[in-house]
Each structure stands twice: as C-alpha cells, then as structure tokens.
Design a binder for this molecule. Structure first.
Ligand code: MRU
Length: 346
C-alpha cells in the first residue's frame, strides 16, 4: 500500500488528495455533492483514468446518502442527474462513464425499493470499484513481469501510479512490480507538459518507492533512446479502442513514433475497464481541450506574450501499429489487436 490514498469514503464524505498541490503540500479536500466531485474532476484535484472510475462510483454514492427525499422515484431521478453531470466532467477517459454506468446498473435493481437499500447498494458498488482497482493494478504488474529485462531503462509518460488510481497504478505499477521483484530499474520520467504530471507526481511517487529515476523534458526521450539505450517505454491510457488505437496524455503519440524509429518496445498498461469495445477506432475518441492558461502559464507566472493563441489538447491517439502490446490484468494482448482484445474481453 502507498502511504497516501487518492480517494476514499468517510461516512458520507468523499475525500480526495488534492493533486494540484503536490509535491509540496499534502492536502485533502472533502466533497458531499456529485456536482462538487464533477468540479474536482474538471479541475484535476483527482485525475488518471482508474481514479476517475472510482470518483464516479463515490460521486454517485453521495446521492442516496444525502438526498432529502424518501420517494424512491425522486432519488432515482437525482441519480440520473448526477450521472449526467459526472459523465460530462471529462470526456476522454472511458473509466468515468464506465463507473457511472456501473452504479446506475446496480441501482436499477427493482428490489432496491427503499432508501436504506439504495444507500447500502450504492456504497457497496463504489467500494467494490475502488478495491477491484487495487487488485487489478497488481495483476497488471504481474502480467508485465516477463516483458521487463532484469536491468532496464524505462521511459514513462505522465503519471500512472497510485495517484492515478486508487492505489498501486498501471504503467507505474508495472515499474513498481519489476522493482519489487528485484529488477534493476532506471526510469526516465517525461516531465509531461503542460501540467507536469511526470515532474510533480511521478517523481514524488518514485522517490517514496525508492526507485531510481531522472526527470527529463518531453523532447529529450528521442535523444536518450538514440544515445543511451532505452529498453522499453510503458504508458497508461484513458481509452483503448477495439482496434488497439490508444488515447493517452498528450505527447504519447510522439513518444511511440520515436520508440518505433529506435526499435524500442512500446507497451500500454491498462485495466480492462479502460478498453472500450464500443469505440471501433481512435478516430471516434473525443479529445478533451483544456484551458489556455495551462500552456501560457507555469504556476502563476505567464510565459507567453499577452493574448497568445493556444492549442491545448489533453490527450492524443497513438495508432495501434506503434503499440507492441497492451498489458492488462487478464494477460497481455499482442497485435493484431482487433482479435487479441476481442478474445481478452470475450
Ligand atoms: O490528464 P490526466 O492527468 O488525467 O491524464 C492521465 C493520463 O493520461 C494517464 O496516462 C492515464 O489516465 C492512465 S492513468 C493510470
């Protein structure tokens, strides 16, 4: 277990570690309304695909807990409204909608015909999402173990660790498992402009786990692959389409192309909840555009001239042909992904 918890439930309160303030301050925020949870998601208090799935579950569980109505039809209506607000908070990570749908499905059971039953079922399902996440991440790490050399230099993009999940993490969980199994790992941590999830969050986590790392600027990965000998890249993802196209943090596509150019294996680590068989290809994945100030400013300091026009896509899509394998809790899928993912999700 990590020394911190990204998100937890405490007697009707959803508590989140405020990731905007890391690594310098460890502050927890409390939320009691689904609208507040949605805002925390939009503002990146919590982020990372699996953590958004857990936030969706707990956000929905707040509804029956705090409703002022005893009328079950009205509470169901409130659940639908909360679902709508939560789903829309961020569009790219499929886990958010997946978590919402999972709660709606469970709570649709007609046997849940009173408020106490609805409350208990909602909380049980939200806790199940959170606990499954930790188990799943550990299994992803074990699935990946044979792919990691005993001595390995690994490039990692964004933050995919315990902070991006409920605990342990996906791609960073792969690195953590390799380290815990005695492999000699050096991580080259992409700083991940513009929000610096690598420099702020991944570096913070790796320090705590005692895993050797260097933070590099995003543009340096090609240089290190060409000159230093990088063994593999491993990244997380926000949505894997049925053909293997993968949406992940902006810059992932560049990294994958440079990895191919240098003959470096490029792995995507994902829980099966991030694989979206209803999205045929990456072209159908909505890419979130984030506010301009994330690019024009570093912290509070403006670095561009006034009134500079900005493009700020939060994610990009890496075509499946650049991906060596998708590592999941159910095993490793290799190209051609249309077949291997279908089999895995079967
Ligand atoms: O914008 P963020 O910080 O939510 O983006 C996170 C990523 O892109 C991660 O790589 C992805 O969600 C996987 S996290 C296990």
């Amino acid at each position: 277990m990590s020394a911190f918890r990204t998100i937890e439930w405490d007697k009707g309160i959803v508590r989140m570690l405020d990731q905007r303030r890391l690594p310098h301050e460890t502050v927890y925020n409390d939320y009691i309304k689904p609208t507040e949870v949605a805002q925390a998601i939009r503002e990146m208090v919590i982020r990372g695909a699996p953590a958004l799935g857990a936030a969706a579950g707990y956000g929905m569980a707040l509804v029956p807990y705090h409703t002022t109505s005893e009328n079950i039809q009205i509470v169901r209506q409130e659940l639908e409204e909360a679902a709508e607000v939560l789903r829309k908070a961020r569009p790219t990570a499929v886990n958010l909608a997946w978590g919402v749908e999972r709660l709606l499905k469970r709570l649709a059971d007609p046997a849940l015909d009173n408020l106490e039953a609805l409350k208990a079922a909602a909380l049980e399902e939200a806790i199940a999402i959170a606990e499954e996440d930790v188990r799943t991440n550990k299994s992803i790490g074990l699935s990946a173990l044979p792919l990691i050399p005993d001595q390995a230099t690994i490039i990692h993009h964004c933050n995919t660790g315990a902070l991006a999940a409920v605990d342990y993490g996906t791609a960073l969980g792969v690195i953590r498992t390799a380290h815990e199994n005695g492999k000699q790992i050096l991580v080259l941590v992409d700083e991940t402009r513009p929000r610096l999830q690598g420099a702020r969050l991944t570096a913070w986590e790796l320090q705590q786990y005692g895993i050797p790392f260097k933070v590099i600027v995003d543009g340096a990965s090609g240089h290190y692959m060409r000159t230093m000998g990088v063994d593999l890249c491993v990244v997380g993802c926000d949505r894997v389409a049925a053909n293997g196209d993968t949406a992940n943090k902006i810059g992932t596509y560049n990294l994958a192309v440079v990895a191919r150019e240098n003959g470096v294996p490029f792995y995507v680590a994902a829980p099966t909840s991030t694989i979206d068989m209803n999205t045929p290809t990456g072209d159908e994945i909505e890419i979130e555009e984030r506010p301009a100030h994330e690019v024009t400013h570093v912290g509070e300091t403006q670095i561009t001239p006034d009134a500079t026009a900005v493009g700020n896509p939060a994610f990009d899509v890496t075509p499946a042909r650049y991906i060596s394998a998708v590592i999941t809790e159910r095993g490793v899928a290799y190209p051609p992904f249309k077949k291997s993912l279908a089999r895995l999700m079967g």
